[in-house]
Design a protein around this ligand. Structure first.
Ligand SMILES: N[C@@H](CCC(=O)N[C@@H](CS)C(=O)NCC(=O)O)C(=O)O
Length: 214
């Protein structure tokens, strides 16, 4: 049985996993979950991911993993080549810190269910956009010097790591929400580099089979 990734084309958490799968050269089947239609709340999907969030990854032996960071770490342990973490323990922690900054401190504040709750609370579209941009700027202001200190083409060093798997989808989201990236030259340089890398190109939202499901 092949890996099956439950994903929505524009969602950034499954985008992280697509990048890692591509970097490791692992084929996978793509199972679309239309977040705007509410497919993530269907009973069948909740059996895969009780949180009703994407991604979920079905492994080759039919088990299911959730939480993109856990999936990335599992991929790294089970398919260690090419490595997405550096060899040195301090460097590994630095890469994980960049990944966690995005996954724990930017993304959750701007996720679809948060946007939907803000709407239910009567927050207007302009204020919701301010909210989204504010948290991306907050994270990117901290991430920029971290990337600048460690980059040699990618977010940490000269080869892609888990940090790039997290950063690139967050840059995609930032562009979608019209965040001015002018103050983040190191982040932009990494994004430009990744835009020419086949694993990142194939993982891009516009390349996914459900890309028309807007
Ligand atoms: N911490 C989770 C976040 C998962 C998550 O929030 N996924 C979003 C897409 S990026 C989702 O499925 N949202 C559906 C919703 O908010 O209803 C992870 O990293 O996997």
């Amino acid at each position: 049985m092949t890996l099956v990734l439950h994903s929505y084309w524009r969602a950034t958490a499954p985008y992280r996993v697509r990048i890692a799968l591509n970097l490791k050269g692992l084929p996978f089947d793509y199972a679309p979950v239309n977040l705007l239609s509410g497919d993530q709340h269907a009973e069948a999907y909740r059996r895969l991911n009780p949180q009703g969030l994407t991604p979920a990854l079905e492994t080759e032996d039919g088990r299911v993993l959730t939480q993109s960071l856990a999936i990335l770490e599992w991929l790294e342990e089970v398919h260690p080549v090419p490595p997405l973490l550096p060899a040195d323990p301090f460097d590994r922690a630095a890469v994980r810190a960049m990944a966690a900054l995005v996954a724990c401190d930017i993304h959750p504040l701007n996720n679809l269910r948060v946007q939907q709750q803000l709407t239910r609370m009567g927050v207007e579209a302009d204020a919701r956009l301010d909210w989204t941009q504010r948290w991306i700027h907050d994270g990117f202001r901290a991430l920029e010097p971290m990337v600048a200190a460690h980059t040699a083409g990618f977010a940490f060093g000269a080869a892609p790591t888990l940090a790039d798997c997290l950063l690139i989808p967050q840059v995609y989201s930032a562009e979608r929400y019209e965040v001015d990236l002018g103050a983040y030259p190191a982040i932009r340089a990494v994004a430009e580099r990744c835009a020419g890398h086949p694993a990142f190109v194939a993982a891009h939202p516009e390349q996914q089979p459900d890309a028309t499901a807007k």
